[in-house]
Design a protein around this ligand. Structure first.
Ligand code: DQA
Length: 151
Protein backbone atom coordinates (compact mmCIF):
# COMPACT_ATOMS: atom_id res chain seq x y z
CA UNK A 1 0.00 0.00 0.00
CA UNK A 2 1.25 3.48 -0.88
CA UNK A 3 1.05 6.58 1.28
CA UNK A 4 -2.40 8.11 1.79
CA UNK A 5 -2.94 10.94 -0.67
CA UNK A 6 -4.56 14.28 0.02
CA UNK A 7 -5.74 16.94 -2.41
CA UNK A 8 -5.10 20.44 -1.04
CA UNK A 9 -7.41 22.69 -3.01
CA UNK A 10 -7.45 26.49 -3.00
CA UNK A 11 -10.16 28.73 -4.42
CA UNK A 12 -10.27 32.16 -6.03
CA UNK A 13 -7.86 34.99 -5.27
CA UNK A 14 -5.61 32.82 -3.13
CA UNK A 15 -3.03 33.07 -5.94
CA UNK A 16 -2.60 36.66 -4.70
CA UNK A 17 -1.64 35.65 -1.15
CA UNK A 18 1.20 37.78 0.17
CA UNK A 19 0.11 40.88 -1.73
CA UNK A 20 -3.66 40.64 -1.18
CA UNK A 21 -4.87 42.40 1.98
CA UNK A 22 -1.76 41.35 3.96
CA UNK A 23 -3.28 42.75 7.18
CA UNK A 24 -5.92 40.00 6.91
CA UNK A 25 -4.12 37.18 5.09
CA UNK A 26 -0.48 37.74 6.03
CA UNK A 27 2.71 38.13 4.02
CA UNK A 28 3.22 34.54 2.89
CA UNK A 29 2.63 33.68 -0.74
CA UNK A 30 0.73 30.66 -2.03
CA UNK A 31 4.08 29.09 -2.94
CA UNK A 32 5.11 29.50 0.71
CA UNK A 33 1.89 27.74 1.73
CA UNK A 34 2.56 24.94 -0.77
CA UNK A 35 6.03 24.49 0.73
CA UNK A 36 4.64 24.46 4.27
CA UNK A 37 2.18 21.77 3.19
CA UNK A 38 4.87 19.69 1.44
CA UNK A 39 7.04 19.87 4.55
CA UNK A 40 4.15 18.80 6.78
CA UNK A 41 3.13 16.04 4.37
CA UNK A 42 6.67 14.65 4.35
CA UNK A 43 6.70 14.53 8.13
CA UNK A 44 3.21 12.98 8.29
CA UNK A 45 3.73 10.39 5.56
CA UNK A 46 1.12 11.87 3.23
CA UNK A 47 1.31 12.43 -0.49
CA UNK A 48 -0.17 15.78 -1.44
CA UNK A 49 -1.41 17.40 -4.59
CA UNK A 50 -1.56 21.18 -4.01
CA UNK A 51 -3.71 23.21 -6.45
CA UNK A 52 -5.36 26.61 -6.86
CA UNK A 53 -7.89 27.93 -9.33
CA UNK A 54 -9.98 31.05 -9.72
CA UNK A 55 -12.60 29.10 -11.68
CA UNK A 56 -15.46 27.27 -10.00
CA UNK A 57 -15.77 24.71 -12.82
CA UNK A 58 -12.03 23.94 -12.61
CA UNK A 59 -12.25 23.28 -8.87
CA UNK A 60 -15.25 21.00 -9.49
CA UNK A 61 -13.47 19.12 -12.30
CA UNK A 62 -10.45 18.56 -10.04
CA UNK A 63 -12.75 17.28 -7.29
CA UNK A 64 -14.34 14.83 -9.75
CA UNK A 65 -10.90 13.60 -10.83
CA UNK A 66 -9.95 13.20 -7.17
CA UNK A 67 -12.89 10.89 -6.51
CA UNK A 68 -10.97 7.72 -7.19
CA UNK A 69 -7.48 9.10 -6.73
CA UNK A 70 -7.25 10.64 -3.24
CA UNK A 71 -8.03 9.59 0.32
CA UNK A 72 -8.93 13.01 1.67
CA UNK A 73 -9.42 16.66 0.78
CA UNK A 74 -8.19 19.81 2.49
CA UNK A 75 -9.97 22.76 0.93
CA UNK A 76 -9.91 26.51 1.28
CA UNK A 77 -12.77 27.34 -1.07
CA UNK A 78 -12.18 31.09 -0.47
CA UNK A 79 -15.20 33.16 -1.57
CA UNK A 80 -16.91 30.06 -3.04
CA UNK A 81 -17.31 28.88 0.57
CA UNK A 82 -20.12 31.38 0.93
CA UNK A 83 -21.74 30.98 -2.50
CA UNK A 84 -21.18 27.61 -4.12
CA UNK A 85 -23.76 24.87 -3.82
CA UNK A 86 -21.94 23.26 -6.76
CA UNK A 87 -18.66 22.84 -4.86
CA UNK A 88 -20.54 21.52 -1.82
CA UNK A 89 -22.33 19.00 -4.08
CA UNK A 90 -19.03 17.90 -5.62
CA UNK A 91 -17.54 17.37 -2.14
CA UNK A 92 -20.60 15.29 -1.17
CA UNK A 93 -20.23 13.19 -4.30
CA UNK A 94 -16.70 12.22 -3.37
CA UNK A 95 -17.46 10.62 -0.02
CA UNK A 96 -13.93 11.19 1.32
CA UNK A 97 -13.05 13.14 4.48
CA UNK A 98 -13.00 16.91 3.94
CA UNK A 99 -11.29 19.50 6.14
CA UNK A 100 -12.21 23.14 5.49
CA UNK A 101 -9.55 25.78 6.08
CA UNK A 102 -9.76 29.57 6.25
CA UNK A 103 -6.67 31.65 6.86
CA UNK A 104 -8.65 34.46 8.48
CA UNK A 105 -11.25 34.14 11.22
CA UNK A 106 -14.30 34.46 8.99
CA UNK A 107 -16.53 34.81 12.06
CA UNK A 108 -14.78 38.02 13.06
CA UNK A 109 -15.50 39.51 9.63
CA UNK A 110 -18.53 40.54 7.54
CA UNK A 111 -21.79 38.63 8.13
CA UNK A 112 -21.77 37.20 4.58
CA UNK A 113 -18.62 35.26 5.51
CA UNK A 114 -20.32 33.55 8.46
CA UNK A 115 -22.21 31.06 6.31
CA UNK A 116 -20.41 28.19 4.62
CA UNK A 117 -21.95 25.70 2.21
CA UNK A 118 -18.95 23.42 2.88
CA UNK A 119 -19.02 23.26 6.71
CA UNK A 120 -21.97 20.82 6.97
CA UNK A 121 -19.95 18.34 4.88
CA UNK A 122 -16.59 18.89 6.58
CA UNK A 123 -15.15 16.58 9.23
CA UNK A 124 -13.34 19.58 10.68
CA UNK A 125 -13.05 23.31 10.15
CA UNK A 126 -9.96 25.37 10.90
CA UNK A 127 -10.36 29.14 10.84
CA UNK A 128 -8.23 32.06 11.91
CA UNK A 129 -4.96 30.15 12.35
CA UNK A 130 -3.27 31.85 9.43
CA UNK A 131 -1.42 29.62 7.00
CA UNK A 132 -0.64 27.29 9.91
CA UNK A 133 -4.26 26.17 9.46
CA UNK A 134 -3.17 24.13 6.44
CA UNK A 135 -0.59 22.29 8.55
CA UNK A 136 -3.14 21.68 11.30
CA UNK A 137 -5.58 20.37 8.69
CA UNK A 138 -2.98 17.95 7.30
CA UNK A 139 -2.14 16.76 10.82
CA UNK A 140 -5.81 16.06 11.51
CA UNK A 141 -6.24 14.42 8.10
CA UNK A 142 -3.28 12.09 8.81
CA UNK A 143 -4.98 11.04 12.07
CA UNK A 144 -8.36 10.49 10.39
CA UNK A 145 -6.82 8.41 7.59
CA UNK A 146 -4.75 6.34 10.03
CA UNK A 147 -7.91 5.64 12.08
CA UNK A 148 -9.79 4.66 8.93
CA UNK A 149 -6.99 2.30 7.87
CA UNK A 150 -7.21 0.34 11.14
CA UNK A 151 -11.01 -0.07 10.98
C1 DQA B 1 -10.83 32.92 3.10
C2 DQA B 1 -12.02 33.66 3.70
C3 DQA B 1 -13.05 33.95 2.62
O1 DQA B 1 -14.16 34.65 3.18
C4 DQA B 1 -12.45 34.82 1.54
O2 DQA B 1 -13.39 35.02 0.50
C5 DQA B 1 -11.17 34.29 1.01
C6 DQA B 1 -10.23 33.65 1.93
C7 DQA B 1 -9.70 32.70 4.14
O3 DQA B 1 -8.83 31.88 3.87
O4 DQA B 1 -9.67 33.38 5.17
O5 DQA B 1 -10.85 34.46 -0.18
O6 DQA B 1 -11.27 31.63 2.69
Amino acid sequence: MGMPSVLVLNGPNLNLLGTREPAIYGAETLDDVANLCREAAGRLGLEIDFRQSNAEHQLIDWLHEARTRVDGIVINPAAYTHTSVAIADALCAIAKPVIEVHISNVHKREAFRHHSFVSPIAEAIIVGCGTQGYVLALERMATLLAEKATK
